[in-house]
Design a protein around this ligand. Sequence first.
Ligand SMILES: Nc1ncnc2c1ncn2[C@@H]1O[C@H](COP(=O)(O)OP(=O)(O)O)[C@@H](O)[C@H]1O
Ligand SMILES: [Mg+2]
Length: 341
Amino acid sequence: MTTPTTVTKSNGAVLEAAGVTMRFGGLTAVRAVDLTVAPGEIVGLIGPNGAGKTTFFNCLTGLYTPTEGTVSYKGTRLSHKPHLVTQTGVARTFQNIRLFANMTVLENVLVGRHTRTKEGLWSALLRGPGFKKAERGSEARAMELLEFTGLAAKRDHLARNLPYGEQRKLEIARALASEPGLLLLDEPTAGMNPQETRATQNLVLAIRDQGTAVLVIEHDMRFIFNLCDRVAVLVQGEKLIEGTAEVVQADERVIAAYLGTPFEGAPGDEEAAEVDAAEAHATAPRSAAPQPADAAPTEPAADGTASGTSAAPGTSAPPGTNSAPGTSTAPDENAPNGDAR
Ligand SMILES: Nc1ncnc2c1ncn2[C@@H]1O[C@H](COP(=O)(O)OP(=O)(O)O)[C@@H](O)[C@H]1O
Ligand SMILES: [Mg+2]
């Protein structure tokens, strides 16, 4: 890759991702994805589980170096180092919450400000004298952000003791502490109740109104379609369609992608056809033999899996439902891990 901060033409966009491809060995998780976010926009990124949404975020924020493609923020090519990306003006939250579990709510936000103070992250984490001084200057702003996110009353609680929904809000407050021009939210309402989801929707609108553009991944379609100016749909790493809520909702391929119904020209169709053909060939002699109807046991499997759980990924969340497909975002799996990134 070239130098991290080459100035390119920005076309006025806050974010401009061009031809972003991410391969892991033989797997292409993200394939030639273009996406722009304009100032003042809230853009949604949806798609079935495993579509490559989080991987795409990781490419935008420097956690991964894309195999191909470029990412620019306000016309500046972004670095592949996460802390430099944050410093440039792009902040994020994580699908699997990453808070400093044993720090207080206020301290978590103060650590989020380290990119905006001359003290570094280690000084913030080790709470040296420089940080303590910077902390006093930052505290007023951190408290403003806690008011803004509705967490002010919890300022001295340990992050680990917050209910799940509040941990997600704290991640947002901490991300905002770096004063970003673009905020990336990865499933901000996963695990929230409907009331918390509604509050988060209002919070995102308020963030946008204060001048921060937002790119949000979410499975809750009501949340997405209420909130977003534009929605892009990823399926098997490729952008299937992008448009307003109306355009995306009316697109049969999107519904098919969620319901797992094949459609002509779907990404991965060719590979799927090859696999089908190979399987048909391999099973052909046996499939000629009659199969007794009672060959399979009717009771649930011993491991507790009920019949029907072998459905294609994404079938559990047709548009319009509030449930997250798959249970990979179950609260316990997302418990704060104190990950000191
Ligand atoms: N670090 C990694 N190494 C190998 N494969 C990965 C890695 N991260 C993600 N993948 C794969 O990339 C695909 C997309 O995953 P992900 O971006 O998490 O999807 P989504 O967020 O849309 O559910 C999946 O098949 C996943 O297993
Ligand atoms: Mg994800």
